[in-house]
Design a protein around this ligand. Structure first.
Ligand SMILES: [Cu+2]
Length: 176
């Protein structure tokens, strides 16, 4: 709020003084404090708890992406030292591949894209949950410490066959 009282010791714009209402000042402090809390919680989630946002790894042409490497041969790549990459194509109404097998302890980076409409990639019982947008590659990494089966499903409605769009990641126990 701008006061019209002139105060030569504190001239503002146009030579007028600026008067800050006490409630206005408190709300400003409260809103800045909230921003600090939000920024801190994002930092804790990202760096402390390891939350990840699906990265837009790169852009591709959804009409031709399935014809060129690595997408013309979707599936698992063993990078050694327990590191794996898996390339997954989503299309109406299936995932390629629809089964992935890795050993316990594998660190798997998922690269997923769509060749038609928007899909989702949700790996059950994990925090892997990505929107799959045609023209973009979504990427997330996770380490699998326990054997078991993790179904993955499309969780963005993509048409009549949406409910059948699913696959399975199988984490196999070693030596058994
Ligand atoms: Cu779907």
């Amino acid at each position: 709020m701008i006061s019209t009282d002139s105060d030569p010791t504190n001239p503002g714009e146009d030579g007028r003084t600026h008067h800050l209402d006490v409630y206005e000042r408190r709300w400003m402090i409260a809103s800045v404090a909230l921003l600090v809390v939000f920024a801190a919680s994002v930092a804790v989630a990202g760096f402390g708890l390891g939350f990840q946002v699906p990265g837009h790894e790169s852009r591709v042409d959804p009409n031709t992406v399935a014809d060129s490497p690595p997408w013309n041969n979707p599936g698992l790549r063993d990078l050694g030292n327990g590191e794996y990459e898996v390339y997954v194509i989503g299309r109406q109404y299936l995932f390629e591949p629809n089964e992935i097998r890795v050993p316990v302890g594998a660190t798997v980076t998922f690269y997923v894209t769509s060749v038609d409409v928007q899909h989702g990639f949700k790996l059950q019982d994990t925090n892997i949950n990505m929107q799959i947008v045609p023209g973009h590659i979504s990427k997330l990494t996770r380490t699998f410490e326990k054997a078991g089966e993790f179904p993955y499903i499309c969780n963005e409605y993509c048409g009549l066959g949406h409910a059948s769009m699913a696959g399975s990641l199988i984490v196999e126990a070693q030596g058994g």
